[in-house]
Design a protein around this ligand. Structure first.
Ligand code: 5GP
Length: 120
């Protein structure tokens, strides 16, 4: 949840255009950009502009419509950049590989996707 004393997340700094990224899609509520360390032919991060939610569990409880927007954005990105099929990953918690605690979806696409991708 929001802590006004906390530094902006790396993703908030990308959203503010303080850090460059290759942006592939944007709405009023979301930004999608290429992952800096891609693990598939298409590897895009879909990030809500708010950093109120640290992970998908918080997001689904607090704003399920925004979670649905993320899924729709993932589908659109996979259709535009691959064959429309995709893997959607929300690492949730450090032991699951989450390193940025500003909810984000990894959209992996482009065949063939290897099994086990994104196990950090
Ligand atoms: P997590 O490990 O939290 O699920 O995913 C964080 C993702 O953010 C990683 O895949 C990592 O490569 C990506 N990432 C970290 N810093 C940056 C950055 O500065 N720019 C971009 N484009 N991606 C980043």
């Amino acid at each position: 949840m929001t802590d006004s004393t906390r530094e902006p997340s790396i993703f908030s700094r990308i959203i503010a255009r303080e850090i460059p990224a290759t942006i592939v899609y944007e709405t009023e509520t979301l930004l999608a950009f290429e992952d800096i360390a891609p693990q598939a032919p298409v590897h895009v991060l879909v990030v809500p502009k708010t950093e109120r939610y640290a992970n998908v569990v918080e997001l689904s409880a607090g704003d399920p419509a925004l979670l649905a927007e993320m899924v729709a954005a993932a589908s659109r990105i996979a259709a535009e950049r691959a064959d429309g099929e995709f893997r959607l990953i929300f690492n949730t918690g450090g032991s699951a590989g989450q390193t940025v605690f500003h909810v984000h979806a990894h959209v992996l696409a482009g065949s063939p996707l290897e099994e086990g991708t994104l196990a950090h």
